[in-house]
Design a protein around this ligand. Structure first.
Ligand SMILES: [Fe+2]
Length: 327
């Protein structure tokens, strides 16, 4: 699948529709970039102690930089028109982790071609929010916004990036939560802004791709990892519609459809992009979307790229390519 190319590069803001050409979108998530050796004891005195212990016990061996290196290599071959990353780039929300994540984002591409929404691990404790805003703001902000206010990070969202006939809409669910919880919340104010964004971009006949870290479909993850206001989010989708919702957080592939008066909205989750998967069988994956508009509407084909720990590179996954119904 890496050899499949768009026939034309993605158009920039305000440009004409891509028409019959194919837009290639890559969806990555949940890097869980590791604990930096230089972090001080003081930084670990709070909820991070539990996270650190979890990291030492399990995740440090699972989420590996060499997998991300292979990912970057594979993406260079796939050459997507745009890349989206749905959160949990860091593990403990430490300053050095945000910087390290920034370096990986730079390896993926420039901010104009990569869109990020944060996950719960990126807002692990209350004072961590400055990290994503300071280090990743150019990968998160809406078109035309240069310097978000670090005091009101949630005011950034939803973000809107227009690429030809595509609207990439970023929703933030990242809030600090109590120890042993990994819940997410969108909040009323952001939901109200999201409703207006979906209404406007829908009226403009754009293909609306909504990015959100926590899965909005009940049962996708356990109660202690849920999206607390998922019902309100689904109600917004039911009223305004969307063409595609992409999420992370679950660390496995999931595919649902939400019914709305205007049709069904695909909701698709992707596993971690950095997992070795030796013990769990849940090795790193990412999804490529080939999106094209013809006389019948929007056609979407999905290809899975999976990491092989034996071969140490990504290749076509066992899952057969999926085609979404035309919309
Ligand atoms: Fe998460």
């Amino acid at each position: 699948m890496g050899s499949v190319k768009s026939e034309q590069p993605a158009a920039g803001p305000g440009s004409e529709a891509v028409g019959g050409d194919t837009f290639v979108l890559a969806h990555l998530s949940d890097f869980h970039l590791g604990f930096p050796d230089g972090a001080g004891v003081k930084e670990l005195l709070n909820k991070r102690v539990l996270g650190y212990l979890m990291w030492r016990l399990r995740r440090r061996a699972e989420h590996r930089p060499e997998v991300l290196e292979a990912l970057v290599f594979d993406l260079r071959d796939a050459r997507p028109d745009h890349i989206v990353v749905t959160g949990d780039l860091t593990h403990l929300g430490l300053p050095a982790e945000f910087l390290r994540a920034r370096q990986w984002l730079s390896a993926l591409g420039p901010p104009s071609k990569v869109t990020v929404v944060p996950g719960n691990h990126d807002a692990y404790v209350r004072d961590a929010w400055g990290g994503p805003v300071a280090q990743w703001s150019d990968y998160m902000v809406s078109d035309g916004v240069s310097s978000p206010d670090p005091m009101v990070p949630l005011g950034l969202f939803p973000t809107v990036r227009i690429r030809g006939p595509f609207a990439v809409i970023g929703v933030c669910t990242a809030r600090p939560s109590l120890p042993l919880l990994a819940v997410g919340t969108i909040g009323r104010a952001q939901l109200a802004r999201l409703e207006r964004v979906l209404e406007t971009t829908g009226r403009q006949d754009l293909y609306r791709i909504v990015l959100i870290h926590h899965p909005p479909v009940p049962g996708t993850v356990t109660w202690h990892r849920r999206l607390t206001d998922s019902a309100a989010f689904r109600a917004v989708l039911a009223r305004q519609g969307a063409e595609l919702v992409l999420h992370g957080h679950a660390h496995r592939t999931s595919m649902h459809q939400l019914s709305t008066p205007a049709g069904r909205v695909p909701v698709i989750g992707v596993p971690s992009a950095s997992a070795l998967g030796r013990a769990s069988g849940r090795g790193a994956r990412y999804h490529l979307y080939f999106i094209r508009r013809d006389h019948r509407g929007w056609n979407v084909r999905i290809a899975v790229r999976a990491y092989s720990p034996q071969a140490e590179h990504f290749a076509a996954g066992d899952d057969p390519p999926t085609t979404l119904p035309s919309t």
